[in-house]
Design a protein around this ligand. Structure first.
Ligand code: MSP
Length: 511
């Protein structure tokens, strides 16, 4: 039986248009979802939108549109972004859906029945932009003397009746969980941050608000709406069918991986596991937190006017080059900088030159010198074997690297083989062998086709469209493109379609 794999993106706040930061989280998760499918797993990949809370309510007010209508529009825009980025989600959840309201109400009731919720009053700092409560000692002072959240978001003093979740009582259980599951939070720097936050002592968490209405009502006390993060985190179990444990997708819970940005790791690695423990539900296996993008060295912001629209980038450069760049440019987990020069340079050097040329050179020689039929191989020389072995090792190497979400390292492994392939073709010079040794020319071209097949197969999750075209040109049947199919050699003498370039070059000067 195929093993199940459940992974999620965060659900996006619908307070504005999607930008490259949102695209990043989704593309990364999508590569993993596609990779796991390619590797024979039964995948459930979830994304969606986070639609309640004060921040969204305020954005709707500013737009002069009732909140439900507003979230309908913005959520549709996020779905459009996902579709245009080739995100292969199996479900797109919206927190304003009935299934989610019912799941949240049931989660609340379970927490309450188990004695983990009490009514009190909250007095303290709140940042609407982060939808987060902050302690006095976490705040920073801005140059003008005002206080702000560590993220720079403005804070306001709130004082209202509130239900609390007994988070403090989970401190020891959380620390034990981190200890027993060293891979639960990655990368290491984030894990250390979380550990020191939890070791520093936890306070009970305010989980309801009374000062606005745009949220899920608290069961039995409709003056309160649930804190938006409680509502939001629960999306991951709603989509699996909670509370119906006979739901078809319930066997997917617990999730194998939550992909999140670094600023929301606390919610996913502290609050979420504590809530799940309190509700008697199993915990997700891993939370991976990636870094943030700046744009040409600056923080992305509407006021600076440097927000990068991922759909415009795809329109200009094509889908696959954008997906490739996002995961290639910066080690996952680190912060990175977007610049047009860096983008164009990656596309020209690594896609057009390295990979595009290798494929184009090899396939046009097959078209010209082998009558467009896949040549068969003689006995491998040591040079052939070294290249073949390097390519054949890719699936297992990528399996291990992608299980650690090391996208950049995974791509580097593939590029090592591509660069070796270019060295090989230069050394073997099949164009010269045509005049001296046809069988050897055939062998060399066949090695190249076989190596390209492995490369294109493992790159499909990153660049689905162009790798599908490359596999067409290599004569690989559409039904035989998963990792398992690599075990079966391509048929000798198969007729290959006419080769055509897969990656365009871009003009650096125009950048
Ligand atoms: N709604 C919450 C998540 C709830 S999950 C139960 C939220 N939404 S968000 O829309 O603000 O952010 C969603 C994701 O976009 C986060 O993973 C965040 O890190 C990512 N990014 C937003 N801006 C970003 C950059 N500039 N760079 C990289 N990713 C960033 O938080």
């Amino acid at each position: 039986m195929k093993s199940r794999y459940y992974l999620t993106t965060p659900i996006y706040y619908v307070n504005g248009a999607p930008h490259i930061g949102h695209a990043y989280t989704s593309v990364a998760a999508d590569v993993l979802a596609r990779w796991k499918r390619l590797d024979g797993h039964d995948v459930f990949f979830l994304t969606g939108t986070d639609e309640h809370g004060q921040k969204v309510e305020k954005a709707a007010e500013a737009a002069g549109v009732p909140p439900q209508e507003f979230t309908d529009q913005v959520s549709a825009d996020f779905r459009d972004m996902a579709d245009r980025l080739g995100i292969t989600y199996d479900d797109f959840i919206r927190t304003t859906e009935l299934r989610h309201k019912l799941a949240c109400a049931e989660l609340w009731r379970r927490l309450e029945a188990a004695g983990h919720i009490y009514l009190g009053g909250y007095e303290g700092w709140y940042a609407v932009r982060d939808e987060a409560f902050y302690d006095e000692d976490e705040l920073v002072t801005r140059p003008d003397g005002s206080r702000a959240a560590p993220s720079g978001a403005p804070v306001e003093w709130v004082r209202e009746p509130s239900y609390f979740f007994r988070l403090a009582s989970f401190q020891e259980a959380l620390l034990a969980h981190y200890d027993d599951n060293p891979d639960f939070i990655a990368p290491m720097a984030r894990r250390n941050e979380v550990l020191s936050f939890v070791r520093g002592g936890l306070r009970d968490l305010s989980i309801s608000r009374t000062s606005f209405r745009w949220g899920i009502p608290v069961p039995g006390d409709p003056d309160h709406v649930m804190y938006v993060w409680l509502d939001a985190l629960a999306n991951y179990i709603t989509a699996a069918g909670f509370p119906d444990d006979s739901a078809p997708r319930w066997p997917f819970w617990p999730a194998d991986l939550h992909v999140v940005g670094k600023e929301i790791v606390r919610f996913h690695a502290v609050y979420w596991p504590a809530l799940l423990m309190a509700a008697g539900l199993p915990l997700p296996k891993r939370v991976y937190s990636h870094g943030w993008w700046t744009v040409e060295g600056e923080k992305m912001s509407k006021s600076v006017g440097n927000v990068i629209d991922p759909r415009a980038l795809v329109g200009e450069f094509g889908l696959d080059p954008v997906r490739f760049f996002l995961l290639r440019e910066v080690p996952f987990g680190n912060d990175g900088d977007y610049s047009r020069r860096a983008l164009i340079s990656r596309l020209n050097v690594e896609l057009a030159n390295d990979l595009g040329n290798l494929a184009q050179r090899s396939l046009s020689l097959v078209a010209k010198n082998c009558a467009g039929r896949l040549p068969s191989c003689g006995t491998d020389t040591p040079d052939d074997t070294i290249l073949r072995d390097a390519a054949d090792a890719l699936p297992e190497a990528l399996r291990q690297l992608l299980d650690r979400q090391a996208f950049g390292d995974a791509l580097e492994e593939v590029w090592r083989v591509i660069r070796a392939g270019n060295g090989y073709i230069d050394r073997q010079a099949p164009w010269a062998l045509r005049k001296t040794d046809i069988p050897r020319m055939n062998s060399v071209l066949r090695v190249l086709v076989d190596v390209l097949r492995v490369v294109a197969t493992v790159l499909q999750p990153f660049m689905p469209e162009s790798m599908s075209r490359m596999l067409d040109q290599l004569g690989v049947p559409a039904s035989d493109r998963d990792l398992a199919a690599l075990a079966t050699p391509l048929a000798d003498e198969a007729l290959l379609p006419a080769p055509a370039g897969v990656f365009p070059r871009f003009d650096m000067e125009a950048a």
